[in-house]
Design a binder for this molecule. Sequence first.
Ligand code: NAD
Length: 245
Amino acid sequence: MSKLQDKVAVITGGVSGIGAATAKLFASEGAKLVLVDMNEEKGASFEAELKSQGAEAVFLKADVTSEVEVKNIFTTALDTFGKVDILFNNAGIGAVKPTEELSYAEWRKTVEVDLDGVFLVAQAAIKEFLKTGSGVIVNTASMYGWVGSPGSAAYNAAKAGVVNLTRSLGLEYAARNIRVNALCPGFIDTPILGEADRQGLTAATPMNRLGKPEEMAKAVLFMASDDSSFMTGNSLIIDGGYTAQ
Ligand SMILES: NC(=O)c1ccc[n+]([C@@H]2O[C@H](COP(=O)([O-])OP(=O)(O)OC[C@H]3O[C@@H](n4cnc5c(N)ncnc54)[C@H](O)[C@@H]3O)[C@@H](O)[C@H]2O)c1
């Protein structure tokens, strides 16, 4: 029996990296998908790719920092599939710059996407889940929600915010059948790494390699499915051993 048969999942940042790998795994487990992203070009081609493989998927261009566009995500999901069961709240941007050079606008942008956006989409999902009486949220934080690093103060602060937002929402809705957990990846080989020194990131990882998006997707599936039915307010750190050091 498929783990997500007939479930409807909204995936933000759903057309690239960890979100796209999760979309493929969710589809293979029977889920219907609403893929949300700013990247329209990738969105259209990924929707077509999934459909050609027999998946039920719709792409929606939306910015997770816009209240109006976030509301539209759930209107679209309800219009297309009639319900929402799962939110993978995963859209994010990276930001690396020495703190003394960081403008307030740059700080705000990172926190706006990586923390405020997670809040806005989670809140909209929770409003729907309260109507239907159940739901599951998986937020993407980072191992940098747990440990610090030089040169990415805004990102790290935002991701730590996501970890504690996850705890708080998990507790707030624990008795109302809405589970909220977080994925905390280490260095994963996706476009967000950009020009980062991949060799350096590999060497800094005890397993001496970067993680694969597909390895994240398996953890997301665990947290989004009934396999984790007694888990809420928690985080899974999957980082090749980085934070164990
Ligand atoms: N790759 C890593 O090493 C790593 C490590 C820890 C955490 N993460 C987190 O994982 C998540 C997914 O990142 P990824 O590695 O797959 O990178 P990615 O760049 O491949 O995917 C991120 C996606 O989010 C989308 N996005 C960005 N801002 C958005 C917005 N305002 N509204 C809607 N969509 C938006 C981008 O267009 C992109 O498609 C992010 O939250 C990231 O911070 C990644």
